[in-house]
Each structure stands twice: as structure tokens, then as C-alpha cells.
Design a protein around this ligand. Structure first.
Ligand code: F0G
Length: 456
């Protein structure tokens, strides 16, 4: 059961199917453009969408809003340095600000960054620094159905080879994303992290953690990695941070705050350069684009997120939904992680070719039938077409992500999601595809316009 009770509530909008069908049409079938008040269960993201605790709210009330040197900063710094061990901590307003500041300082144009899988903003910030972002996921990640416990691992052989044969484009950093959001939310083992750190040290290449979901990764390590059963998630997390040379952190996930993040580093010169850019673009180093109250709430959230009772329940509620979704006849990326379930829309809707966007079709259907908002991760997100709309590239898988906000929805909300999916799975052939009628050249999924393809 949930290790908390509910003290403050927010009514959720209940709408009719007709209202939702009209809303879909109005926003040209782009779920990003719905108003939140039109959504009943919002599983678009687990980022900045968590519920804060009474202790976090109280910590926020105690925030010190001094422009420089606030008590909030020192409380934040003490908490984060105990957790991570890094000598230099720079607060930022969210994860991508950390990425921009670190990568534009650390990377020289023309070099390469390797990763188990770059998250899309991480990739964008590597590319904006004039560098190439290469993903080296482990071979087990390719099979969506096997329950291998650490499919978030980097391919160590490929990493070794890439570090040894960098050629024209030297490797400037290795980014380990824990858990691996772009790779189905799968965790990275401590063994994989350690071996990666060894390879990096041997080559003098910094290893950076993208630690947005460090506590969920640590929980899965305590469950599944030999030798870690008797360790607490907090101990595992402390060890993981100390294996790396630094981190970028979006605290909107495992900081359980609505806004916040930080950069952690040990290298004094690099930290000083980042600090200069921080001052110019985010704010003075003792607030970094945040209010004092945000820093205090983040510090408290970072303590709460590693509590075994919290993590056990988070894993359990995800497993509850996963089990009902499977029972409804919908395949998911296995094993089910903690922050999201990834539905295999391509398999559920085999009558829709990639360029009728089966993932998007399922996401629209979840909204139309159940008021549920989710995110397509398939050929709408990763595919390409020529100017006449003819397919050039499709995604390897057609997935839909149901992201699970922290401490927000209960099992009965998730039962509604599973029932809606079961309803769709009864007659999947009735779900029609979509075609693109308008798009922008970059990050098209945010602004794309679509129209239904009429069934033959
Ligand atoms: N790294 C990872 C692994 C992420 O999942 C995200 C954001 C970021 C970095 C960027 O952090 O949003 O604070 O700037 N992921 C969100 C998501 C948006 O829905 O998965 P941010």
C-alpha cells in the first residue's frame, strides 16, 4: 500500500467521449496541444509532475530568498554533497540547463560523446556543442520481450572499441543515463557502471551520469544485482555517483520537485568554467535559476526519494499496472520499469504501417476512449518522410510511453487505464491510422498536425 495518505486533493476533469473527440479534432490530433483541463489521467511525463510531501512544503516555507549566499543553498549543497560526494555543486533550473552548461564547457567541437542512450535533450545539447552523440546500448536491449534485468547497460565491447579507435573524432565524454529513459526505462547495473568507469579512466575520458532517475535505478540494483541485496537504495546511489566524474541531474524526476536540477563535478577548473556560464545564463551560483524555496524542496525530495518504502510502493504500483496491461493482451517492453510502461503499439496494431503511426493511433485512442494522455515513441518521433510524405525512415519500434507521475495516481486510476487498453485490444483493427498535414523541421512531435486516414 501507499506509505502515505492524502491531505490535499485536486479534482481531475471528467469529460465525455464526444468532448474528447472534438478536442482531438481541434488540436489536429496532437496531444501536446490539449489543454490539461481536457485530460483525465495525464501520463505524458513523470517530469515535474510529482506530488510534494508535507515536509517538502514545510521546507519550502523555510526558504531563504536572499539574492546571494542564502541558507537554502547551503542546506541544498550539504544534502547533495552527502548523497553524491561531488566537490562542486551548481544548481540549475532543470536538466537540460545542466546539459547545456556542462557540454558547451567540456566538449570541443568535432568530438564524440558515447552513451548507453542519450535522452533527446542530452543529444540536442551534445549536437549544439558541435559534437556527435553515439548510442551504444547493450545487445539485450534490442529484444523488447526478454526480461533481462539490466537492459539499460552500455555495450562494453562496443565502448572499448570506440574508445580505442576514436580516429578523427576523439571521445570527449561518456554519458551513462540511469535509468535509461530512451531505452525503455531500463536500469544499468553497478557492474556495468564500474566497468565503464574503468575503461574511461584508462583512456582519460570523463564519465558523466545523467542521474535523473538515480533512485529508481538503485532500487532495481538492490532487487536484481548479485551482491547488492543487502544494500539500501541510498547506499547504491551513493556508490553510483562516486564511480562517475560528475553528473547532470533533472530533479524534476527523482528530486520529486516541479522545477530544479544541478551539475555535480570534482574537477575544479571545469567547475569554475561552468560557474561562469551559470552566472551569465542561469543565475548567481547560490541559486542557479531557482528560488530559495525550490532549493530546500529539492533537498528534501532527494532525501525522500531513496526511502525503501517509497521505492517499493513505486515499483509495486508500476507492476500492478503492467500485470493488468499484459492481461488485457497488450505487450509492453519487458521487464516493466518504475517510471513508465512502454506499450508495444506496433504489435497491437499490425494493420497500420509505420507511416500511419500506430503508436500515435494508440495514444489518440487512449485519449478518445479514456481521457488518458500518453506519448508516442515511434515513427512520428523518430521517422522521416520526403516532401511528398513518402516514408524515408521509420523507427525500430512503434511504442507508446505511459509515464507514471510520482505519488499522484492510485491503483484505481491505473485500473481505468488498463480497462481502456483492454477495450481497445478487443477490436484493435477498428483503430485507424494518421497522416501528417503540417510539421516543423525540428522536434516536430511538439507542433505536428495530423489527420485521420479513413479506413479502406
Ligand atoms: N535526462 C533524462 C534521462 C530525461 O528523461 C530528461 C527529461 C532530461 C535529461 C532533461 O531534463 O526535462 O529537466 O530538462 N525527461 C522528461 C521526460 C522530459 O518526459 O522523460 P529536464
Amino acid at each position: 500500500m501507499e506509505p502515505y495518505r492524502i491531505k490535499v486533493i485536486e479534482p481531475i476533469p471528467l469529460t465525455t467521449e464526444q468532448q474528447r473527440a472534438e478536442a482531438l479534432k481541434r488540436v489536429s490530433y496532437n496531444l501536446f496541444n490539449l489543454r490539461a483541463e481536457e485530460v483525465t489521467i495525464d501520463l505524458l511525463s513523470d517530469s515535474g509532475t510529482g506530488a510534494i510531501s508535507a515536509d517538502q512544503l514545510a521546507a519550502g516555507m523555510n526558504g531563504d530568498e536572499s539574492y546571494a549566499g542564502s541558507r537554502s543553498f547551503y542546506r541544498f549543497r550539504d544534502t547533495v554533497s552527502e548523497l553524491t560526494g561531488y566537490a562542486y555543486l551548481l544548481p540549475v533550473h532543470q536538466g537540460r540547463a545542466a546539459e547545456r552548461i556542462l557540454f558547451s564547457t567540456l566538449l570541443t567541437p568535432g568530438s564524440t560523446v558515447l552513451s548507453n542512450t542519450h535522452f533527446d535533450t542530452t543529444r540536442a545539447n551534445v549536437e549544439l556543442a558541435g559534437c556527435q552523440a553515439r548510442d551504444l546500448p547493450c545487445p539485450e536491449a534490442k529484444d523488447l520481450d526478454t526480461p533481462h534485468p539490466f537492459k539499460g547497460n552500455i555495450d562494453l565491447q562496443a565502448l572499448k572499441l570506440a574508445l580505442e579507435t576514436a580516429g578523427e573524432s576523439p571521445v570527449a565524454a561518456v554519458v551513462m543515463t540511469i535509468t535509461n529513459n530512451g531505452g525503455g526505462g531500463q536500469p544499468v547495473s553497478m557492474d556495468n557502471l564500474r566497468q565503464t568507469a574503468d575503461l574511461c579512466r584508462h583512456r582519460g575520458v570523463p564519465m558523466i551520469l545523467d542521474a535523473a532517475r538515480f533512485a529508481e535505478n538503485a532500487w532495481l540494483v538492490t532487487r536484481h544485482e548479485p551482491g547488492y541485496q543487502d544494500r539500501t537504495p541510498r547506499q547504491v546511489a551513493e556508490e553510483a555517483f562516486r564511480l562517475a566524474d560528475g553528473c547532470v541531474m533533472s530533479a524534476k524526476k527523482d528530486g520529486i520537485v516541479h522545477i530544479g536540477g544541478f551539475i555535480g563535478l570534482n574537477d575544479p577548473e571545469l567547475a569554475q568554467k561552468c560557474e561562469r556560464l551559470l552566472i551569465a545564463t542561469e543565475g548567481f551560483p547560490t541559486y542557479g535559476g531557482l528560488a530559495g524555496r525550490d532549493l530546500d524542496m529539492m533537498a528534501q525530495g532527494l532525501r525522500e526519494v531513496a526511502e525503501p518504502t517509497y521505492l517499493a510502493e513505486r515499483a509495486d504500483i508500476a507492476a500492478h499496472l503492467a500485470q493488468r496491461v499484459r492481461a488485457a493482451g497488450v505487450d509492453i517492453v519487458e521487464p516493466a520499469g518504475l517510471h513508465a510502461l512502454y506499450l508495444n503499439a506496433g504489435r497491437l496494431l499490425p494493420h497500420l504501417p509505420p507511416h500511419q503511426y500506430p503508436g500515435h493511433a494508440l495514444a489518440c485512442e487512449l485519449y478518445r476512449r479514456g481521457g488518458i494522455r500518453s506519448a508516442e515513441l515511434g515513427s512520428l518521433y523518430l521517422g522521416e518522410e520526403d516532401e511528398h510524405g513518402n516514408p524515408i525512415k521509420s523507427a525500430p519500434y512503434e511504442l507508446v510511453r505511459l509515464a507514471l507521475p510520482r505519488r499522484v495516481y492510485t491503483r484505481s486510476h491505473y485500473d481505468h487505464v488498463a480497462r481502456t487498453l483492454a477495450d481497445i485490444a478487443k477490436d484493435p483493427h477498428t483503430v485507424h491510422g494518421y497522416r501528417i498535414v503540417g510539421q516543423s523541421p525540428i522536434l516536430r512531435h511538439f507542433s505536428i498536425k495530423l489527420a485521420p486516414v479513413a479506413p479502406d
